[in-house]
Design a binder for this molecule. Structure first.
Ligand code: GDP
Ligand code: GDP
Length: 437
């Protein structure tokens, strides 16, 4: 089930980042480890009362100039409304209600999204009564917190978690492949979608098959059911100034979270950019099936080596995603667009593939015979037994004498051997290394 997304919005300096950092659990490491990718903390996973969720900070590191604050606030709120299940609207309890707060509240009141009003900087009893004036915002009951002093955060999160969709409420049946097209603005996502939906064999359903505000597009082709996830943002183009590419990354998070297979669209003219790496990083971290589509291939001057050079370059930039098939298409001419759904089917199957325990152990035993783990501190890793514990993404439990002895490089080696034997193209693979109990 997709993790709910919580967005934090509010004026500069009310304490959004402080709150974000307090709630944030593990960092999304891959993205931050990719060379050239700035450590821009916009996304973190967190957990409260056993519910995992994704938290986004729509403000983040953006430069704030006094005269454009209002405009940026509006964009932030729009993004939050579009992407989040629950919005935490943070205000400054020591400063009181400001015109900007009013403006943001007006926007948030108009949406059906659930909004929680967090009145920050209530550091002590002395400020307790400050929260009352915030009832005027018409957002509901303000919850007094102090992100700085870590006060009231539990009560806040209790309310947030209450508003999450109930677990087990799946939006689509198991036979429907959920596909997301993600990528920077103007790479041609909408053009590709229109081309796919315009294909003769594709039957677009008119039933809005969704329980959320997002406008998903369910369709069928060759007897297979699909749904294009979260294309709402693309349809409403122009509403939000996409010049800030950071927003395109934030937007793609929800789509990635809700999908089985993600298609990362890259502009053939520009190649892989930092934003592309970030989006790819999220796809990888979230364990989604992955396809890389290089669009605008018509604009690229080609000889017989161009495609391979492109592939090598993508592999270099997105080395953590070497399992993803790469396609070269043109939405303009329609070149190879009809192959995209075939690839989605293929990757979806690989993503959901289960291998038999007996076969898996044969492969791993053979791998160990070919290349023994090295000895460390006089002890050698001993692999006792392996089994696939889940799919989407394929996850393997490997029982060993001592998990400490499993080195990253050896895990990589096993992954490669497993891929050689079984494929798993287009999907990340995960390992759980377990000690003897
Ligand atoms: P953002 O711009 O909304 O992300 O705000 P920051 O998290 O950067 O915080 C702005 C300022 O408010 C910083 O100086 C923080 O230390 C301070 N701050 C954050 N939370 C609290 C709080 O609960 N109480 C007080 N007194 N200051 C806080
Ligand atoms: P999105 O923002 O990613 O949805 O991108 P759009 O689908 O709106 O495309 C952005 C621009 O690129 C538009 O002007 C398209 O006509 C153009 N475009 C899209 N795909 C192609 C392509 O394959 N070749 C060329 N030459 N232009 C394209």
């Amino acid at each position: 089930m997709a993790k709910p997304v919580v967005a934090i919005v509010g004026r500069p300096n009310v304490g959004k980042s402080t709150l974000f950092n307090r709630i944030a659990g593990k960092r999304i490491s891959i993205v931050e480890d990719v060379p050239g990718v700035t450590r821009d903390r916009i996304y973190a996973e967190a957990e409260w009362l056993g519910r995992k969720f994704i938290m986004i900070d729509t403000g983040g590191l953006e430069p704030y100039a006094q005269d454009i604050i209002m405009q940026q606030m509006k964009r932030q709120a729009e993004i939050a409304i579009e992407t989040a299940n629950v919005i935490i609207f943070v205000v400054d309890g020591q400063e009181g209600v400001t015109a900007t707060d009013q403006e943001v509240a007006n926007m948030l009141r108009k949406t059906s999204k659930k909004v929680i009003l967090a009145c920050n900087k209530i550091d002590s009893q002395k400020y307790k009564d400050n929260i009352y004036e915030f009832y005027n915002l018409g957002i509901g009951e303000p919850i007094g917190i102090s992100a700085g002093q870590a006060l009231g955060l539990g009560d806040l999160l209790d309310e947030v978690v209450k508003l999450f969709p109930h677990e087990g409420e799946e939006e689509y049946d198991d036979f429907t492949i959920k596909v997301a097209l993600v990528g920077r603005p103007n790479v041609g996502k909408s053009s590709i979608i229109n081309k796919i939906l315009g294909e003769e064999r594709v039957i677009v359903s008119n039933i809005p098959g969704t329980t959320r505000d997002a406008i998903d597009t369910p369709f069928e082709a060759g007897g297979q059911k699909y749904v294009l996830i979260d294309t709402a943002g693309m349809r409403k183009k122009g509403k939000i100034n996409e010049s800030i590419e950071r927003y395109s990354v934030i937007r793609s998070l929800t789509a990635i979270e809700r999908s089985d297979v993600c298609i990362l669209v890259i502009d053939g003219e520009t190649g892989v950019t930092e934003q592309d790496s970030k989006i790819a990083g999220y796809m990888h971290e979230q364990g989604r099936g992955a396809i890389i589509v290089v669009n605008k291939w018509d604009l690229v001057e080609k000889d017989d080596k161009t495609m391979n050079r492109y592939k090598e370059n993508i592999l270099k930039e997105l080395s953590f995603m070497s399992y993803a098939p790469i396609m070269f298409v043109s939405a303009l001419t329609g070149q190879r667009i009809s192959k995209i759904l075939e690839m989605v089917d293929f990757v979806s199957n690989q993503h959901a593939m289960r291998v038999q325990t007996g076969l898996l152990n044969d492969v791993i035993n053979e791998a160990v015979l070919m290349n023994q783990p090295s000895v460390s501190g006089g002890r050698r890793l001993n692999i006792l037994y392996s089994t696939q514990v889940s799919v989407k993404p394929p996850t393997f439990a490997i029982f060993v004498n001592d998990p400490e002895l499993m080195h990253f490089s050896y895990e990589r080696y096993l992954e490669n051997q497993i891929r050689k034997s079984f494929g798993f193209q287009g999907t990340p693979i995960r390992f759980l290394i377990k000690g003897k109990s």
